[in-house]
Design a protein around this ligand. Structure first.
Ligand code: ATP
Ligand code: MG
Length: 254
């Protein structure tokens, strides 16, 4: 951390990377999580490492979905906990939503390490750890399908980040509304989610908390209109167009 120079042009990105590495030292992140981070960094580069307009739109719609949900749940994996534990807990409290640890590579010790990290960040209840993950999602293999009965299993809206495509598809098939934070607009998760926020979790989660506070004062009809007027495919197209136009612009400046 101390060895990244203050004036390094990619300092922010390197600091984020350090957090994921630290997460691995704490048994919160698996080695595959480092690879996911690298893939994300590449897409973030194409976004100019900023929350763009299409992401802000998706964030506003997500806020509307979360505050009007009956039983909203935030699904937390290792990378999310390493990158934004405090921000996730703050967001959960402001909605309010439940927190559930949900891992692709399930391992009780790691679940406990993530739970600890969330509790240190102020979480009171953390679902999905050990025996609490007692329900199964149909059509998913082995341990990848275990979820908490009072959490994801009975949720109507699930917010997740850096999620695997198969698992997102399974939740959508169960009629859940899925909000995905994913830097890659072409991932299966991005294509199948109800709302995809094409942005870094580090920026998107605090922005989502701000929007939750904004939309809370609006009446329900207005929020429903906002949700109805959103088309995820169109928004993903905007993200891709932004990236390609930015690359074309950059090609002129070399
Ligand atoms: P899918 O299974 O949905 O097709 P994938 O197999 O390409 O996705 P995974 O490794 O399963 O990718 O999921 C990780 C996803 O999270 C990738 O799309 C990656 O771009 C994205 N990602 C990585 N780091 C971040 C981050 N900090 N914020 C948001 N998204 C991220
Ligand atoms: Mg995958």
């Amino acid at each position: 951390r101390g060895i990244i120079p203050e004036n390094h042009p990619r300092r922010e990105s390197l600091l984020i990377r350090e957090k994921v590495v630290e997460g691995m030292m704490e048994n919160v992140v698996v080695p595959q999580g480092l690879i996911a981070q690298g893939r994300g960094e590449c897409f973030d580069y194409l976004l100019g490492e900023r929350t763009q307009d299409f992401a802000l739109r998706a964030i506003e719609v997500s806020a509307a979905m979360l505050v009007t949900a009956k039983s909203p749940v935030i699904s937390v994996n290792g990378n999310m906990a390493a990158l934004a534990a405090h921000e996730i807990v703050d967001l959960a409290k402001s909605i309010p939503a439940k927190l559930e640890v949900n891992l692709f590579y399930r391992d009780e010790e790691r679940e406990r390490a993530i739970e600890r990290k969330l509790r240190e960040a102020g979480a009171e209840e953390v679902l999905g750890v050990g025996k609490n993950a007692s329900e199964t999602i149909p059509e998913l293999f082995s341990e990848r399908r275990r979820v908490s009965k009072e959490g994801i299993y009975s949720a109507d809206v699930v917010l997740l980040g850096l999620e695997d495509g198969d698992r997102t598809e399974a939740l959508v098939r169960l009629q859940k509304k899925v909000i995905a934070i994913d830097l890659n607009p072409l991932s299966r998760t991005s294509l199948t989610a109800t709302v995809t926020i094409v942005d870094n979790v580090v920026r998107a989660i605090p922005e989502l908390k701000k929007k939750v506070q904004d939309v809370r004062n609006k009446d329900r009809e207005e929020l429903e209109r906002l949700i109805k007027g959103f088309h995820n495919r169109d928004n993903l197209r905007s993200a891709l167009r932004y990236m390609s136009e930015r690359l074309a612009q950059l090609s002129l400046t070399l």
